[in-house]
Design a protein around this ligand. Structure first.
Ligand code: BGC
Length: 467
């Protein structure tokens, strides 16, 4: 007898197998160094701001850190085996700046460089294309001690690091991302303080860090191209459409300001060569000095835009971060374990928003996924994460729809390959399509991984059970 759960799974799998993507569409999974690697001081690695931040009592809900995480530094082969079992053609990962340059600049660390050589070689051997991200939030502490992203020097150091990475791996790695989510690391790290380096300097902090991070990006693009003639270089922004909670003009204006801070500030700078006028006026004397050539540097042409998208933003007037002065509204609905509304249409909306206004040459969904409460492998040997499996089908349906309408979306990366260290949430809100038992480090592909693999392989066979 088949239960209603079985029926629901069969229905979901049928929808998954019916999804059609343009020829050559890339399916991958994404991770980030600090969230998976562990080994914080192995082989000469220097301290990063996340190594330091996690030591501050109370900042991580379960008091944990990325000290061990998925022990990927020693188990990368197991993770490549998982990618292979899933049949994914691409892997997006980040390099830890402090493995290559323990002090952030100066003396390079050959043993740290060698780690990513091993990883890249094994990926290529497995037929998986590496997509390298240079900065996923783990600034060298030595640079933080000199002002971090408040200093233009950090932008220059970032470009030097980009050059070193491109020189080291560019013979094999052609897909390069400079920064992952400057909105998040600049604002959560410098305005509100829930991420490293934990500064609570309000709008002035967020916007100052943002400008220097974008400057670092703009300097890094030609540095990478100088080393790797056939490099495909881009940047990843966390974007989502900002909707006014009501049609009250005060809410409409707040939603516009929020859109300006999270979306237009970054997109205009990179794709239009100037920050949006309304935001410059709003920030006023909270802005850092912007030098004459900065706009041009930041607008260095890119080959693609990566979009990380997890939700929409419903915004009302409020008192957060004056003069942005907004409040996030939580409409009735279904929410993930990190309190993000599950709203698949956000995917379609942001793809059109970006394409209509900025026409990037190509777009990748560089992250999308959902957090649940901690899961366990059941007695049947499966992790039945039905909510996550449905999340992927629902969101990929929206990607396919936008692609069919001509939006140049070329690939999709699930966030994330394995359960890992979810920043301030520690290990309490897993996002993986693969379960990790952190006591034994055993990996176990979840039901969502099986369903995602079916889509990635453009298979039509039903997924019988979690792999
Ligand atoms: C980040 C990831 C993070 C994910 C889920 C993104 O903002 O790039 O590092 O784990 O969202 O919160």
């Amino acid at each position: 007898m088949t239960s209603s759960i079985d029926n629901a799974r069969r229905t979901l799998e049928a929808r998954a197998s019916g999804l059609v993507f343009p020829h050559g569409f890339v399916f991958g999974a994404a991770t980030a160094a600090y969230q998976i690697e562990g080994a914080p001081d192995a082989d000469g690695k220097g301290e990063s701001i996340w190594d330091r931040f996690c030591r501050v009592p109370g900042v991580i809900v379960d008091g944990s850190s990325g000290d061990v995480a998925c022990d990927h530094y020693h188990r990368w082969k197991e993770d490549i085996a998982v990618l292979k079992a899933l049949g994914l053609g691409a892997y997006r990962f980040s390099l830890a700046w402090t493995r290559l340059l323990p002090e952030g600049r100066g003396q390079a660390n050959a043993r740290g460089i060698a780690f990513y050589d091993r990883l890249i070689d094994d990926l290529l051997e497995a037929g998986i294309e590496p997509y390298a991200t240079l900065y996923h939030w783990d600034l060298p502490q030595a640079l933080q001690d000199r002002g971090g992203w408040y200093s233009r020097e950090t932008a220059i150091a970032f470009a030097d690091y980009a050059r070193l990475a491109a020189r080291s791996y560019g013979d094999r790695v052609k897909r390069w991302t400079t920064l992952n989510e400057p909105w998040t690391f600049c604002w959560s790290g410098h305005a509100t303080g829930e991420d490293a380096p934990g500064l609570r300097d309000g709008v002035k902090g967020g916007v100052t860090a943002s400008h220097h991070a974008l400057l670092g990006h703009g300097l890094a693009v030609p540095a990478i191209r100088a080393e790797v003639a056939d490099a495909c270089v881009g940047i990843v922004f966390d974007l989502n459409v900002s909707e006014a909670a009501t049609d009250d003009p005060r809410d409409v204006a707040a939603a516009r300001r929020f859109d300006g801070a999270q979306n237009r500030w970054f997109l205009d700078a990179v794709f239009k060569g100037a920050y949006p006028q309304d935001m410059l006026a709003l920030y006023g004397d909270l802005l850092p000095p912007i030098q004459a050539q900065d706009n041009e540097i930041i607008a260095a042409p890119v080959d693609y835009l990566g979009i990380n998208i997890y939700r929409r933003s419903v915004i009302a007037a409020g008192d957060e971060l004056a003069p942005l002065s907004y409040r996030r509204v939580q409409p009735e609905g279904i929410y993930s374990a990190v309190d993000y509304e599950i709203w698949p249409r956000c995917m379609y909306d942001i793809l059109h928003y970006v394409n209509d206004r900025y026409s990037p040459p190509a777009i990748y969904i560089s992250e999308n996924g959902v957090a649940t409460m901690p899961e366990t492998v059941g007695e049947d040997g499966c992790v039945w994460d039905d909510l996550r499996a449905a999340y992927y089908v629902d969101h990929l349906e929206q990607v396919a729809k936008a692609a069919a309408e001509g939006v140049p979306v070329r690939g999709y990366f699930a966030w994330t390959l394995t359960d890992n260290f979810e920043w301030a949430y520690g290990y309490t809100t897993p996002f993986g399509i693969t379960h990790v038992d952190f006591a034994t480090q055993q990996r176990h592909i979840k039901y969502s991984g099986g369903v995602y693999a079916m889509i990635a392989r453009q298979e039509t066979a039903p997924v019988a059970k979690s792999a």
